[in-house]
Design a binder for this molecule. Structure first.
Ligand SMILES: [Zn+2]
Length: 379
């Protein structure tokens, strides 16, 4: 059935549509929403389903660091989808992060979820992975708080959605957390225990974010240069996916932190179908700022100076490039008005770049044709 208003479809419908396929659906964190039109146009032209998302840090009731509330974000993305006339996309709340799990934080989180539901979100990622108990005597004890908080919030979302389907992502193993030996990776038995416990509580996640070697944003060498690499541990990821499958838990993997991973490596080596959702965030911000370098050099310089002035002192020994890359996201709110009032040819260039880059992601993720599979299920 044709969806006339081009509003978001449920994340669960997208995951259902690609079930059994060797596809990854791109989830784009559009911190600067100008890129959304280009992404949607590429999705339409390649018949690719897509998620558009922002994390709690990026978008909350106070605007996060992008300056957008859930309502603002939803309005902008809906407008872009409507202009392009693209129908198979989900509006996703990435990283609804809970760090302490106390009642005050849970209450704040409920208010955020209320706003996301009111704004028409169709998919949610509860991230209570920080609540890992290092003193736990077994896997269950280590995950107890994560299970408790994830269960509570998942039920809260369900009641707020009033019978409407939604996508649900949960997280075990904090992405990017390190110990003395390097990144801590999620073990298959952790993933199985976590999902099994949630299901026993009546919570049925479609996707699970795991710590499997990726980090958010760019990766740097000792000299402060950007490293392009395939940092995710493919065998570990496959082992987690296999363990979930062997236990009939019906949950795919959400891969976070894809920026910086060369697309030819994704295309050739990512376990598509084990990984079913691929988050690309920082990359889209880079598209905008790289375009500004040429089209809006004055604005780019202002953003650069503001960021370096503000964050240099806190980052001794780091190169300016790394300080800028790591902190320029905080300039989005500061320069909100300027960023969204650039010349039309600047917007055109950003959207054309976003379009071309999306084509390459969709190809590397093998998501061409996925929108039609989902469309058959949309009623
Ligand atoms: Zn993430």
């Amino acid at each position: 059935m044709k969806q006339e208003d081009y509003g978001p479809v449920s994340g669960s419908t997208i995951f259902g549509g690609i079930s059994g396929r060797k596809s990854i659906i791109m989830a784009a964190n559009t911190r600067i929403t100008t890129v959304a039109r280009g992404i949607f146009q590429a999705a339409k032209d390649t018949d690719s389903a897509v998620f558009i998302e922002l994390a709690r840090s990026e978008c909350d009731l106070k605007g996060g660091y992008t300056g957008l509330t859930p309502k603002d974000f939803s309005a902008r993305i809906n407008k872009a989808a409507h202009e392009v006339k693209f129908d198979i996309w989900a509006l996703h709340a990435d990283h609804i992060t809970i760090k302490k799990g106390d009642s005050a934080e849970i209450e704040q989180t409920r208010l955020l979820i209320d706003a996301q539901i009111a704004a028409g979100y169709t998919s949610f990622a509860i991230d209570a992975s920080h609540l890992f108990n290092f003193e736990g005597k077994n896997v269950r004890e280590e995950l107890e708080q994560n299970i408790r908080v994830t269960t509570e919030l998942a039920h809260y979302i369900k009641s707020g959605m009033k019978g409407k389907d939604f996508g649900l992502e949960v997280e075990v193993g904090e992405i990017g957390r390190k110990d003395g030996d390097g990144l801590i990776l999620t073990r298959p038995e952790e993933a199985v225990e976590f999902i099994r416990a949630l299901r026993a509580n009546g919570v049925y996640p479609h996707v699970l974010a795991i710590a499997n070697g990726s980090t958010h944003g760019h990766v740097y060498d000792d000299k402060g240069n950007v490293v392009e690499q395939l940092s995710i541990d493919i065998p570990q990821t496959r082992a987690v996916a296999k363990a979930l499958r062997d236990n009939s838990l019906g949950t795919g993997i959400a891969q976070h932190g894809i920026t910086g991973t060369p697309r030819e490596l994704i295309n050739q080596h990512f376990p598509k179908g084990d990984i079913i959702k691929g988050n690309v965030g920082t990359f889209w911000q880079d598209v905008v700022f790289d375009t500004f370098k040429v089209y809006e050099p004055g604005l780019y310089k202002d953003i650069q100076e503001w960021t370096l002035d503000k964050y240099r002192a806190a980052n001794p020994g780091k190169k300016d490039r790394q300080i800028f890359d790591g902190n320029c996201k905080f300039a989005i709110k500061e320069f909100f008005r300027e960023i969204y009032s650039v010349e039309e040819d600047t917007e055109q260039a950003i959207q054309a770049m976003a379009y071309a880059e999306s084509l390459v992601f969709f190809k590397a993720f093998s998501s061409y044709g996925s929108a039609s599979l989902v469309r058959d299920r949309v009623v």
